[in-house]
Design a protein around this ligand. Sequence first.
Ligand SMILES: [Zn+2]
Length: 283
Amino acid sequence: MDWFMILISVVILWVASLCKILHTSCSPSKAVFLENGEPGHQKNILLVIAHPDDESMFFSPTVAYLTSRGHNLHILCTSTGNADGMGDIRKEELYEACAIFKVPLSQVKVIDHPDLQARQTVSSINLFLSNFSIAHFHHTTDGFGQTWDHNLLAKIIKEEVTTHSIDSIITFDNYGVSGHCNHCDVHHGTRKFLHQSSGGNVEAWELISTNLIRKYCGPVDIWLSTLSALQSPRGQMHCLLNEHPRRSYHAMAQHRSQWVWFRKLFVSFSSYTYVNTLRKINY
Ligand SMILES: [Zn+2]
């Protein structure tokens, strides 16, 4: 009976949190991220990710927020995720996922550089068992242990920023949600670019990595995310809610080569499907 009550409580909390997300995200008065007191002024934003599917697995609340408010979102994917020779397929899958998010394909760039490839393959089930959780299953075919040159990443990011007159960059934080080394690499590459271009007008934001419990509590995490954003210094942290969580699921489904059972579970139960908390990178 006790377990039944706990289960009912969890379901009620889950549904209430989802309702809160859908209600809050419909209120334009909550939308302050990137507006800086200039509502209606669209910005050029660059989302820097490491692999095709990062945008759908981790950044979908951010992508949905930016596109729904008319910002020009550019996506820079620094690899094709070419483990097992599937780079071309995964590249096409990324374009299809971006179409779901209504990001113009002309604003999606996938880098295919010999020094930014992942070749090591790790069995997904072995990785699943070795971690005793699903915390690190992401990109099991993208190769842990393949570190990328941060100077090269900084150079690529600089070219994109210059070409598209980018105002703001969004990327992973230094843990990269799952601890994947390539996620951390794009963070450090972004930081290197920011340091090299100090004095420029580009601002940057990082996606905060949460602990394991928060990571898998779905929409329920909005309460803690909102609280942490409220407690941060003004303008240093923003909590973005996903007004179309089902669209995130459809977008991830476009990554057919990756669409296996544990990723379906991830997209359903991950808090990153429902909320992104972004922190300003001060440099
Ligand atoms: Zn990734």
